[in-house]
Design a binder for this molecule. Structure first.
Ligand SMILES: [Zn+2]
Ligand SMILES: [Zn+2]
Length: 244
């Protein structure tokens, strides 16, 4: 290993340790609860869980007693259902950003537990679990794919087999830099299945950290359905609300 890589590795580990074992994943303060999700009492009180009122299709929170959000009324998806645990907003953004960009792999344990607990009480099913792949270059730079780390923890907790089923066709601009329409075009046809046998005839649970427009998970679902997955469910930690 090159010296520079060793040094980077050391700092990444040190950073992980700083956030271990009991810092709140949301605000970073010392955790004063025994929450398995590592949320302090202050954050727990106001944590923006999606709650009971959500779109039965895309999982976004909706105000009022409707089955579907405005967007889903006339939109078709390749996935069968998507669910998310909390809203992606100013409060929860740091969770995702710290997890993603500062190498805090340990976040995966707390957040993976959140996913498996949610799954146990949800209307989702799975024969196998998989994740949204990350472009190789980005994965090398970051050291890990956060969606994969979540899926690994989820699989450990639930005993549902993990399959590394999806691949990206080409490097594309990062979705977060694009508008809604551009996002759809950007990811179109961008996912392929590594080995059809992994998903053929199976109910597949696809894990991602954040779902924004749903364009990425929908393209993944297209590839999974092409490979004859019988159903595709999507589970993410966070979901943007009211923006698609
Ligand atoms: Zn907190
Ligand atoms: Zn919807």
């Amino acid at each position: 290993m090159a010296r520079k890589e060793k040094i980077i590795g050391f700092f990444k580990k040190a950073e992980d340790m700083l956030f271990e074992p009991h810092s709140c994943v949301c605000c970073g303060r010392e955790c004063d609860t025994d929450s398995p999700y590592r949320l302090c009492s202050r954050c727990q009180k106001v944590f923006p869980y999606i709650g009971e009122h959500y779109c039965l299709r895309c999982g976004t929170r909706i105000d009022g007693d409707y089955d579907f959000c405005i967007i889903c009324k006339d939109k078709e998806y390749e996935f069968d259902r998507a669910r998310a645990i909390f809203e992606y907003n100013d409060m929860t953004k740091p969770i995702i950003l710290n997890f993603k960009f500062h190498g805090r792999k340990t976040y995966a344990i707390a957040l993976g537990k959140m996913l498996s607990d949610y799954f146990a009480t949800s209307d989702l099913m799975a024969d196998v679990v998989t994740f949204v792949p990350m472009p190789e270059k980005r994965k090398k730079k970051r050291g890990f794919n956060q969606a994969e780390e979540l899926a690994i923890e989820f699989s450990k907790n639930t005993q549902i087999p993990l399959v590394d089923a999806l691949d990206r066709v080409k490097e594309i601009p990062q979705q977060s830099t694009l508008s809604g329409k551009e996002r759809i075009e950007n990811v179109k046809g961008n996912f392929v299945i590594k080995d059809k046998k992994l998903v053929k005839g199976k109910t597949v649970l696809l894990i991602d950290d954040v779902v924004t427009t749903g364009a990425t998970v929908n393209e993944c679902a297209t590839a999974l359905k092409k490979a004859k997955a019988t159903e595709v469910f999507v589970l993410s930690l966070a979901r943007t609300v009211g923006k698609q």
